[in-house]
Design a protein around this ligand. Sequence first.
Ligand code: KG4
Ligand code: ZN
Length: 320
Amino acid sequence: MIVLGVETSCDETSVAVVKNGKEVLANIVYTQIKFHQEYGGVVPEVASRHHIRKITLVFEEALRVAKIKPEDIDLVAVTTHPGLIGSLIVGINAAKAFALAHNIKFIGVDHIKGHIYANYIESDFHFPLLALVVSGGHTELILMSDHYRFKVLGQTLDDAVGECYDKVGRVMGLVYPAGALVDKLAHQGNPTYKLPLIYLDKDNYDFSFSGLKSAVINLLNTAKMKNEEVNLVDLAASFQNSAVRVLVDKTIHAAKEFQVRQIIIAGGVAANLGLRKSLAEKVNELDNCFLSYPSIKYCTDNAAMIAVAGYFKFLDEERK
Ligand code: KG4
Ligand code: ZN
C-alpha cells in the first residue's frame, strides 16, 4: 500500500511517499526556519505564505524522487491538527485537492500520532508501548496497547519542553530554534548551577516547565544587574540536567507501572543527545523493555511520519 503524506502544521512544508508504513520512497522537507529566525520564533502569517508558495513544488518533488505516478497512490494522509491553523489549511486543501483530482482515498492525521509513528520507520512496535512525546508544542506521556490505541497518561500544564529549550536559548543569545544548540553547549559544560527539578505530584504524569524556564531567565537577569559573568556552557548543562531528569524519571515510573515492553521518544526534542543517553541508561536497568528513537531526520516535522500514521489509522478503521 502506497501512502502519500502531507505535513504543514508549523514551519516545515513536507510531502512524503511511504510504502507499507515502512519503506520511505521520498520525504521532501522544505524548512522555512531562516525566514522566522529574525523574529526569534515562528510568525504564523509568514509560515502560511511560505507553505502556499512551496506546497505544489514539494508535491512534485516527492513524486519525482519516489518515481511514482498519482495513480500508484492508495491513500493520501495529511496533518489536520494540532498546529497553526493558517498553515494546516494549506496542507489540508492541497492534500484534499490532490486526492479528489486523482480519486484517491483521503485520511486526516493527528500530528502527535505522526511523531509517535516516526519511530515505526526504523523499529517495529512491541505493546504495551510507552511514548514520551517531546516537541516544540507538546510534552506528553502516551501509553499504546496496540496500533492506533492511545491513552494520554500525562502532559505539560504550561510550556512544552522544546518551547522551554527555545526560550532559554533565546535569553542566552542563541538563534531560533535553539534546542539543538543548547544540547550542544550542555555537553561542553558541567551542571554547576542549582535549578529546580519540577515533578508536581510524584504519582502523576503531568509536567511543568515554566518554573525551570523562569529560573534560568531570573539567573541571567540577576547576573546582568550585578555585572556578574555567567558561564553559559555550565548554565546549559544545568538546564538540560533538570529538564532531562524529570522527563526520564516520569517515563521510567510509568514504564514500571504499566509494565511496558518498549519505550519510544518522539518529537523534535527526541533529537536531544542528553535525553537519549540518560533514558537509555535507565531503560537498560529494566527487564524486558527496550528503548528506540528515530533518526534525527525523522525527529523533527516531516511528512513520512504522517504517511506512516495515516497507514495505521486506515488499517485500524478498516478493522472496525
Ligand atoms: O517536533 P518539532 O519539529 O516541532 C513541533 O511539533 O513542535 O520540534 C521542534 C522542537 C524545537 O523546540 C527545537 O528547539 C527542539 O524541537 N529540538 C531540540 C533538539 N533538536 C530540536 N531540543 C533539544 N535538543 C535538541 N537536540
Ligand atoms: Zn512536530
